[in-house]
Design a protein around this ligand. Structure first.
Ligand code: SF4
Length: 384
């Protein structure tokens, strides 16, 4: 490695690495301090992760553990506190959809799923959390070596967020360490996705680097949804990570865009990227059937009846310029998009707009809390 490189300029984490591989432009845009978009799956993940952290840290000496159902009560309190905190953060994020309180119970079940995996790792056969005693939770706390920590390579270039490092117990004895990554999304049917596998191995490699005298080390993905543990045994990825880090050096000019159905479908930076819109217009990407994104300008708007007429603006060149077209479509609006369009129609009625995730019913568009309207603002140079 070239020690003259200023490694403080950027760091590689498993998620930034994945983003870079999916589409280098997506990674570049994610570093431009653009307004972030909150998402419900990410928020649920945060709630469960933070709740598990708090539950692992329960001070058993100040809780009445003789009371029946004490653990469920503490768990519910912790979860509710984290749920409310995350809801506030979500709603305070300028770009957000609707907060779904109806997912609360399912998310709480996810938390209990993580608790049950912890119990099994401590060698306890407890199927109902209401049966957890002072001694059983103490046994769980005893196997936890690290609960939420940040990992770094020696040079600081590679980083990762460790959920849990726990002792591996067999017949009451510690036989090794388990690097555990808690997953709150959909569990895989057979084996781990390549990106998840690489992420787990990177965490394991970083723990090994930071602890040269470590005991036998294994790495596991803990899926809270089905309480299934996936063991990852693949080879080290640390050298690949350093190679990727080199390619991810900051640049004033945008990195190459590699539009594809997979990388573009959930990309939150479309309003700043001309490439996906060019790819749609060239027939390389399908526009989407029921839900689609559009780049358009406002032709007419009636706030009282919440209807608008838009004109699609196809791309003109490679840098995000747009041209007029004869294609117009009507739209019904409600919720935040309706208020946003009112604001735009007053401040910048001629603005070019990115309309994200609009629902089409025949030729008519519907915009509500599931969609967003922001100004089209292709970024061809770094502004930071
Ligand atoms: S919209 Fe597609 S091409 Fe553009 S940055 Fe996102 S993933 Fe890349």
């Amino acid at each position: 490695m070239d020690e003259k490189i200023d490694f403080h300029t950027h760091q590689l984490s498993p998620s930034s690495w994945n983003r870079f591989e999916e589409c280098p432009r997506k990674y570049w845009l994610s570093k431009q301090k653009l307004p972030k978009k909150a998402s419900m799956p990410a928020s649920i993940g945060t709630v469960i992760h933070n709740s598990v952290e708090d539950i692992c840290n329960i001070n058993l000496e100040v809780v009445n553990t003789d009371k029946k159902g004490w653990f469920d009560e503490v768990c519910t309190d912790i979860f509710q506190k984290q749920w409310s905190k995350e809801k506030k953060t979500f709603l305070d994020t300028p770009r957000h959809s609707k907060w779904k309180d109806e997912l609360r119970d399912k998310s709480f079940q996810g938390l209990l799923g993580a608790v049950k995996i912890l119990l099994s790792k401590a060698g306890l056969q407890i199927s109902e959390t209401s049966e957890i005693s002072y001694n059983s939770w103490k046994s769980v706390q005893k196997i936890i070596i690290v609960n939420e920590g940040t990992l770094f390579s020696e040079c600081g270039r590679i980083t990762g967020r460790l959920d849990l490092l726990v002792s591996e117990i067999k017949e009451g004895k510690t036989i090794g360490w388990i690097v555990a990554d808690l997953k709150t999304g959909k569990p895989p049917e057979l084996k781990l996705d390549n990106k998840v596998s690489r992420q787990l191995r990177l965490y394991r490699d970083l723990v090994a680097i930071n602890n040269p005298n470590h005991p036998p080390l294994s790495v596991e993905g803990w899926y809270s949804n089905n309480q299934k543990v996936y063991i990852e045994t693949g080879p080290s990825v640390i050298n690949q990570a350093f190679e990727a880090w080199q390619k991810m050096s900051p640049s004033a000019l945008p990195f190459q865009a590699t539009p594809s159905e997979k990388s573009c479908s959930f990309c939150e930076w479309k309003a700043w990227c001309p490439s996906w819109w060019i790819a749609v217009n060239d027939g390389i990407l399908t526009p989407g059937k029921m839900f689609r994104d559009e780049v358009a300008k406002l032709v007419r708007f009636d706030y009282e009846s919440a209807v608008a007429l838009f004109e699609r603006l196809p791309p003109d060149g490679d840098e995000g310029k747009l041209q007029n077209s004869d294609y117009r479509f009507g739209a019904f609006l409600k919720d935040r998009p309706l208020e946003k369009l009112l604001e735009i129609s007053i401040d910048k009625p001629d603005a070019e707009l990115f309309l994200g995730s609009i629902r089409f019913d025949g030729k008519t568009a519907h915009l509500g809390d599931w969609s967003e309207i922001i100004q089209w603002n292709p970024l061809n140079n770094s502004k930071i």
